[in-house]
Write a protein that binds this ligand. Structure first.
Ligand code: UD1
Length: 428
């Protein structure tokens, strides 16, 4: 067991490089399973969800490996159509293998996927859409088995809600289905556009990604490609929130400027300045401006639900009030108990969250309650003068490669220790 030890209160200076987006990589790696020959996904960070994706592909008889930041997939035929339960339970994105598996084997079986505990996360739209395209489903509380021996066929299908994952599943399914598929009420996240771009590079015929309606003309096969996914906008938001909360000046390289406008606009009201030049953003805290922020999270282009915890962290030293309404998940504010330990006053009422600075606290043991809640706890601890620990950091490792190295390189005092060693340190 490991934890992070943070001595907070230092301003941040230096350069951070934004890696490829985890949320783009996971569906792209699943889609690479549909490509003949070899595919190579570049700039791939070492994340536990990426290792889980590698293990899923290897469990099906194909080959996936990571070398020098390149994720390679070499497809091989086999009879295996089921993903082992221990792999499905490690991450939600195991559901993204349903469509690729159906294309390759005519049958797909997964166990109910795991992931962050941010609320109920059903997969009914994935299954309903695939069934509308001709798959037969047998599901119980534990397992989903889909069959489509003769392949899938194009249909017009309206998603009940614009689910990111379900849009990705149905794009993949339609890419090699017979005929034309029209998907309505689609998610419009940048990672959807990136998946379509990847598949089109491999020979698919997808138009409209990034809009409500996506039209896909099925093709009979796809060919292996080399591809660099979009930069991670949530990682970029993590650095912005840290500079806002800690102060200082940083360069953020490989910055996805077109997706950061909303987050930057809010932080500007609290005194953050950002300048864009070439592939970078130069951000600095010019002033501490008390600001009351009212925001609703939502589906893109609305304010990202994943950025909500980071906005909370960005505000820990602001004397204004943050009032956030979460529209996507039921349990997004698990970090509120941890922020209370840092002297914040946090009120959660259903999907509404109100945060205000209350008192100074100089030590606390925090827990990462989920991936983004964990990142928010790290940023908040960095911003507070005192010594803090964060445990349960396996969640953070799902989305950040060595978060302690990211912030150490910006001058923060943060290190990872094993729990045994941490106890020794504390007695010294
Ligand atoms: C993706 C992101 C996640 C982000 C979320 C919303 C990845 C790997 N993860 O998750 O970081 O927080 O988008 O932007 O890209 N739903 C159903 N039935 C379904 C599918 C979804 O009811 O079949 C509901 C979910 O319970 C949730 C909402 O739809 O309340 C949004 O989920 P969805 O957009 O699918 O999120 P993910 O793809 O899981």
């Amino acid at each position: 067991m490991e934890k992070l030890v943070v001595k907070g209160g230092k301003k941040l200076f230096g350069t951070a490089d934004v890696p490829a987006a985890k949320n783009a990589l996971l569906p792209i790696i699943a889609a690479a399973y549909m490509l003949d020959g070899e595919s190579c996904i570049k700039q791939c960070p070492q994340l536990s969800d990426i290792f889980a994706s590698r293990d899923i592909i290897n469990s099906t008889g194909s080959t996936a490996f990571i070398h020098n930041g390149d994720f390679s997939v070499i497809y091989s035929d086999s009879q295996i159509y089921e993903i082992p339960q221990e792999l499905c339970s490690t991450m939600r994105s195991s559901v993204l293998y349903l469509a690729p598996m159906l294309y390759r084997r005519g049958k797909a079986a997964i166990y109910m996927p795991g992931g962050c505990r941010i609320g109920k996360r059903p997969v009914d739209i994935h299954i309903d859409g695939l069934c509308r395209m001709g798959a037969r489903a047998e599901c119980d509380d534990e397992k989903i088995v889909l069959t489509a021996e003769d392949g899938l066929k194009g249909v017009t299908y309206k998603l009940r809600i614009p689910s990111v994952g379900a849009t990705q599943t149905l794009i993949m399914a339609a890419a090699t289905a017979k005929g034309i598929t029209v998907l309505k009420n689609c998610a419009r996240e940048p990672e959807i556009v990136d998946l379509a771009r990847f598949l089109n590079r491999a020979g698919a015929k997808i138009t409209g990604a990034g809009k409500n309606e996506i039209i896909i003309r099925g093709v009979s096969s796809l060919s292996g490609v080399e591809y660099t996914p979009v930069p991670d906008r949530i990682f970029a938001a993590t650095i912005l929130s840290a500079v806002n909360a800690c102060g200082g000046m940083c360069r953020i390289r490989n910055y996805p400027v077109e997706y950061m406008e909303y987050f930057e606009k809010i932080l500007r009201r609290t005194g953050l300045v950002s300048l864009h030049f070439s592939d970078s953003a130069f951000v600095f805290k010019a002033a501490d401006i008390a600001a009351d922020i009212n925001i609703h999270t939502g589906y893109y282009p609305a304010f990202s639900t994943d950025m909500g915890p980071l906005l909370s962290a960005a505000m820990v030293n602001n004397s204004g009030t943050l009032n956030m309404y979460e529209t996507v998940f039921e349990n997004r504010f698990s970090y509120s108990t941890e922020f209370e330990k840092l002297g914040m006053c946090c009120k959660v009422e259903g999907r509404n969250y109100i945060q205000k600075r209350k008192k100074e606290v100089y030590t606390a043991n925090l827990t990462a309650k989920d991936l983004r809640a964990g990142a928010a706890a790290v940023v908040a601890a960095l911003a507070k003068k005192g010594c803090f620990t964060i445990d349960n950091i396996g969640y953070i490792d799902r989305g950040y490669e060595k978060i302690e190295d990211v912030f150490s390189s910006l001058g923060a005092d943060i290190r990872r220790v094993s729990v045994g060693r941490q106890e020794t340190d504390e007695t010294e």
